[in-house]
Write a protein that binds this ligand. Structure first.
Ligand code: SF4
Length: 302
């Protein structure tokens, strides 16, 4: 049986790619990459629905390096998509020989993402990964050069597709043909495409160039403020207050109202001792976002 390793996010495109390959009696092995900025929950769910066993690779550390310094730049936000795809392809390539896969495939659609899903970028990634004409993109393959897999008759090009652009209509029609009833909406997988988060991350990078994975996570929550090179995060609700407490690192401080309702505040020290004026500022913020203040205010610092 022919075996294909398929890069799999769990979104509609990757579900369709899996179906298209299976229709040609190819056995599909989905692989998903997770980092500080995106996970594989959707991929897990979709793979389960398809009855496929998912392989998950955590490449957080390598991915963080390209987020800080992408060779091919960023898209609209802080998303280094070209470098990210290249890293995933190189990661997947390691399994090709080891586990004797015949085909490497992705669910990419030409022109769906103007920054990273262009012909010249597909070509560049193939070249950099040393996989020229060895990445099968079944949803758009008829618009792309023939791959080695078609030449070897491992797959029939005539039964593949020429989907192009941002409209999801062709994919939805194809999903109907495959009788796929439940499929995810396109947005939301990678937080690097979120404008507000990206701005926070850019500021973090400017102030603390050696930031780590834990620092990227803390930017997801609360109201964020800076005092010199210390970060102050104010919880917006009970859930965020609890999460902030759980996120406390060795050099962080947590401020909590003792005798009145108000937010939890975390000061991230970034491996340095937090200065007095920063604690004062965090105190001020805590009081600003508290409602009923008593005459005598008690704030606990942990
Ligand atoms: S959107 Fe995020 S996960 Fe997707 S390629 Fe870009 S950086 Fe990677």
């Amino acid at each position: 049986m022919i075996k294909a390793l398929l890069l799999f996010s769990g979104g509609l495109d990757s579900i369709l790619a899996a179906k298209v390959l299976e229709r040609q009696k190819i056995k599909v092995f989905p692989i998903c990459f997770e980092s500080y900025f995106f996970g594989c929950n959707l991929a897990k769910k979709s793979a389960k629905n398809l009855g496929l066993r998912l392989k998950i690779i955590d490449f957080s550390k390598e991915h963080l390096k390209i987020v800080k310094s992408p060779k091919y730049g960023y898209g609209k936000t802080f998303n280094p998509c070209i470098d990210c795809h290249l890293l995933m392809i190189k990661g997947a390539k390691k399994f090709l020989g080891k586990q004797k896969f015949d085909i490497l495939a992705t669910g990419e659609v030409l022109g769906e993402r103007p920054f990273s899903q262009r012909k010249e970028i597909f070509k560049l990634i193939e070249k950099r990964a040393n996989l020229e004409n060895k990445i099968l993109r079944p949803l758009s393959i008829k618009l792309l050069p023939e791959t080695i897999y078609e030449k070897k008759n491992l797959i029939d090009r005539k039964k593949l597709f020429s989907i192009r652009g941002k409209s999801r209509k062709p994919q939805i029609n194809l999903a109907k043909k495959f009788k796929i009833k439940e499929f995810p909406t396109p947005a939301g997988g990678c937080i690097l495409t979120d404008r507000q988060y990206s701005e926070r991350l850019k500021t973090l990078f400017k102030r603390i160039p050696d930031f780590n994975g834990s620092d990227t996570k803390i930017l997801r929550k609360g109201r964020v403020f800076w005092k010199k090179n210390f970060l102050i995060v104010v919880g917006r609700n009970e859930k965020e207050n609890k999460e902030l407490k759980k996120s406390q690192d060795k050099d962080d401080l947590i401020l909590e109202p003792e005798n009145f309702p108000g937010p939890t505040v975390l000061i991230r020290g970034f491996r340095k001792k937090i200065k007095e004026d920063t604690i004062m500022k965090a105190n001020e913020l805590l009081l600003n976002y508290s409602k009923k203040l008593p005459e005598k205010i008690i704030i606990e610092i942990k």
